[in-house]
Design a protein around this ligand. Structure first.
Ligand SMILES: C[S@@+](CC[C@H](N)C(=O)[O-])C[C@H]1O[C@@H](n2cnc3c(N)ncnc32)[C@H](O)[C@@H]1O
Length: 226
């Protein structure tokens, strides 16, 4: 990374990771291309309070946390504003290194830990209703349980957005089954980054909670269209 990034900043780091994938390293699975566009559109439509933070489940090399950090610069009081949870210690080290090179270490941080064991730490550090945006990208077969866990810990902010990646490939069947019955979910069919012929879905859950903590209003699908 140090060899290919001439000037250290978030945009150059994102481009360098994308180029690495495009020139043939497809094993490095990142939420780039239209997946990143959807993520950015969702962030734009999420009304962040100054105290809200963004949580990512599964950091890998820190690609999306860099994108989120770049978008949330100047948004919230909390420092850092993007907290990414990762259980593989090598990935934790790479992600933190990427954050340094992207000059975002004051905005994004990576916690070493296994979801769901590390999840309560979010409540301890940031408090109830603190998470304005969640990116679930760790393990599709756990999405439904881990989203329910965030909800049970009262972590989701009054107005919050959750995006689940890789819902079809490799798959999150139980999450999608639950989402099918919820009017607050929308699934988007998108190609994998640098693999136009490989279809995947991202599930977007946008919710408003009333002060009682119960869902009050679902964001209409049309609001998400860019
Ligand atoms: C697809 S990658 C994440 C990509 C990243 N979100 C991005 O867009 O740049 C999935 C990551 O989740 C991590 N992971 C898988 N299960 C986990 C768990 N239960 N707790 C924490 N991290 C987990 C893996 O080690 C891997 O690094």
């Amino acid at each position: 990374m140090e060899k290919v990034v001439s000037t250290y900043n978030p945009t150059n780091v994102l481009r360098a990771i994308e180029r690495f994938v495009v020139v043939g390293q497809r094993w490095l699975k990142i939420a780039g291309g239209v997946k990143a566009d959807l993520l950015e559109a969702a962030i734009r439509h999420t009304s962040f309070q100054s105290s809200n933070v963004c949580a990512e489940l599964g950091s890998f090399v820190g690609y999306t946390s860099t994108r989120l950090g770049l978008r949330l610069l100047g948004h919230c009081q909390h420092s850092p504003r993007v907290t990414s949870l990762e259980f593989d210690i090598v990935h934790v080290c790479i992600s933190r290194h990427i954050s340094n090179i992207a000059t975002l270490a004051h905005v994004t941080e990576t916690w070493a830990g296994h979801v769901p064991l590390i999840t309560p730490r979010l409540a301890e550090v940031f408090g109830e209703r603190s998470i304005g945006f969640t990116f679930m990208d760790h393990k599709g077969t756990r999405f439904h349980e881990d989203h329910h866990h965030l909800d049970k810990l009262s972590l989701l902010a009054a107005s919050s957005c959750t995006i689940c990646d890789n819902v079809v490939h490799p798959g999150a069947p139980e999450y999608v089954w639950g989402a099918k019955h919820s009017f607050m979910h929308t699934c988007y069919s998108l190609p994998e980054f640098a693999q136009q012929d490989l279809e995947d879905w991202q599930a977007v859950h946008m919710a408003r909670f009333s002060t009682s903590g119960r869902p009050a209003l679902a964001v209409q699908r049309s609001e998400m269209q860019t």
